[in-house]
Design a protein around this ligand. Structure first.
Ligand code: AMP
Length: 545
């Protein structure tokens, strides 16, 4: 960085994450934080109390010996204790490292060893999982079970109950003074091939990202909102909601371990949630619950859907049946994670009906702090015409510059852009639409077919619950699409009927060559369709003549 000819004369106020909680506790001290606890009952606290307990935890961690720059893992559901763990660990200069419990046990062990976590804060639900991998863990010295002595599971691990451990100190502590560029948190990519890679967020990147993600044209959070992050804190930095909600002073409703349709609906309804966020598979469960019970969503105003493409039929249901605004969003672990949200710019604000659904199929436009480009395979920029596909690349202050320990080597191009691995087009108004992962796109006769587009259309069929499209080798065209579908409960879709339903909605040459009906489609630990597994499953498949 060049030194300025004339420095500005404003205060150098490090953008550290503890300031977010300070702000919430000062400006919104009594705002609700409601959690479904792992023990089962509904727990209520406030930002004032959460801050007090996070300070106490920071003090307890200091007494235990956690030093600046050291990592503390969490293996936990979304509850107030998990939030305290994040802020407490950061408050003493440590780094929260959220581990996804849905990964394979060996992968979890690999990640914890790679991050060199010194302790782990774990929900009692995951104690058996931890016991199972314990012999493989090389760096963990202490297990803190996020419960009290009365609910402490019997275990051979070197474990203490969080509440009693915390009570050993008072809360008289000041947040560690930190450089805003210091590491604050870590999250490993869910990588379907190779080892996961560690993404390291800084205090500055978390604060800047939370600010830019919560403005009106992005998540639009306010102190009048009651926000329910169903997306777990362990998925892609919890979509930043543990930072953006307290920054905005929004109340928080945390679903804990229960993410079934009924449990989600119960909290949405009882707690008058106004905005919620999760991957499409969660919303599929909720919509099925609503359909079978006849329940409605009178309080909910907005639903943020991301992590995988939101099918048009899902948007249509939320919008037209339940009167909930759908905010399609895209992002990734490497981006802190929000890269775009689909809200309406004035150029498209007047559309409705199917034209509105067309816009909402797009993943939206980027916030301040995310610059995008699409390029061909050689890195040449492609036009923003809403049609031309390209590799989607991004840069900004909350985008990774490299992975932990330098894994994967140099990850930026000459202009500092990170290749997302996604293929997308962008229209003249800046609305981006993901058409595929680069490795999933089907190359048919030299042209690209978007598997996401085909899947979105197929799930619009009334008998189809879920759809996935993969490329299968074809003697003439190299690859052709195979549509794999899971029927809705009690339905038995007819292949020809599904294809007839798709006919006319896509170019003729995009039509799948065949349809296969299965009971289940494999998913990754973050709820995405696992195409690698599906391709393996159909490796012997060949199209009928
Ligand atoms: P993760 O880091 O686990 O959140 O995965 C990030 C990847 O998920 C992105 O690179 C996309 O491939 C995919 N993804 C996230 N959001 C969307 C979305 N709204 N539509 C399509 N793909 C998405």
């Amino acid at each position: 960085m060049p030194s300025p000819a004339m420095p500005g004369l404003m205060q150098d106020w490090p953008l550290t994450c503890n300031r977010i909680l300070d702000h919430a506790a000062i400006q919104h001290p009594n705002r609700d934080i409601v959690s479904r606890s792992v023990e089962g009952e509904i727990h209520r606290t406030t930002y004032r109390e959460l801050r007090a307990r996070a300070l106490r935890l920071a003090k307890r961690l200091e007494k235990w010996g956690l030093k600046e720059g050291e990592r503390a893992a969490t293996l936990a559901w979304n509850t107030w204790r998990h939030m305290e763990a994040w802020y407490g660990v950061m408050g003493v200069g440590g780094i929260y490292h959220t581990v996804n419990p849905r990964l394979f046990p060996d992968q979890i062990a690999w990640i914890v060893n790679h991050a060199e976590d010194r302790l782990i804060l774990v929900d009692s639900t995951f104690v058996p999982l931890l016991e199972n991998i314990w012999p493989q863990l090389k760096t963990i010295e202490l297990v803190v079970v996020l419960t009290n002595a009365a609910h402490m599971p019997g275990t051979s691990l070197p474990a203490v109950p969080y509440e009693e451990w915390l009570a050993e100190v008072d809360g008289d502590f000041a947040w560690k003074a930190l450089d805003e560029r210091a590491a604050a948190g870590m999250c490993y990519t869910s990588g379907t091939t190779g080892n996961p890679k560690g993404v390291v967020y800084s205090h500055r990147s978390n604060v800047l990202h939370a600010m830019s993600a919560s403005v009106p044209d992005m998540l639009g959070l306010s102190s009048r909102d009651r926000v329910m992050p169903v997306v777990p804190l362990f998925h892609a930095n919890g979509w930043s909601l543990a930072f953006s909600a307290p920054m905005a002073g929004s109340a928080l409703v945390l679903p804990g371990p229960r993410m079934d349709g009924e449990a989600i609906w119960e909290l949405l309804d009882r707690e008058h949630v106004t905005l919620t966020a999760a991957v499409p598979t969660v919303w599929l469960m909720l919509l099925q619950y609503l359909e079978t019970t006849g329940m409605t969503l009178p309080w909910l105003e907005r639903v943020v859907i991301g992590g995988s493409a939101c099918p048009r039929a899902m948007t249509e249901k939320f919008e037209n049946v339940y009167n909930v605004r759908v905010m399609h969003a895209w992002g990734m672990t490497e981006m802190s994670p929000i890269g775009s949200v689909c809200t309406l710019k004035p150029e498209v604000a007047d559309v409705d009906g199917s034209a509105l659904l067309d816009i909402q199929e797009k993943q939206g436009h980027a916030p301040f702090g995310v610059e995008m480009k699409i390029t061909d395979d050689d890195g040449n920029p492609r036009p923003w015409d809403g049609r031309t596909f390209g590799r989607l690349k991004v840069r900004g202050p909350a985008v990774a510059s490299s992975y932990f320990k330098g894994d994967g080597g140099e990850i930026l191009d000459d202009e500092g852009y990170f290749d997302t691995g996604d293929v997308a087009h962008i229209d003249e108004f800046g609305y981006m639409q993901i058409t595929d992962r680069a490795k999933d796109v089907i190359k048919s006769g030299g042209e690209w077919i978007s598997t996401i587009d085909l899947e979105n259309i197929a799930v619009g069929h009334p008998d189809v619950a879920e759809a996935a499209v993969i490329g299968v080798a074809h003697p003439k065209w190299d690859e052709r699409p195979l549509l794999v579908i899971v029927p809705r409960e009690g339905k038995s879709p007819d292949k020809a009927d599904v294809l007839a339903f798709m006919d006319g909605k896509i170019a003729k040459w995009w039509m799948p060559n065949d349809v296969v009906i299965v009971d289940e489609i494999p998913h990754t630990a973050t709820g995405k369709i696992k195409k690698t597994k599906l391709r393996e499953q159909f490796s012997d498949y060949s199209f009928p003549d």
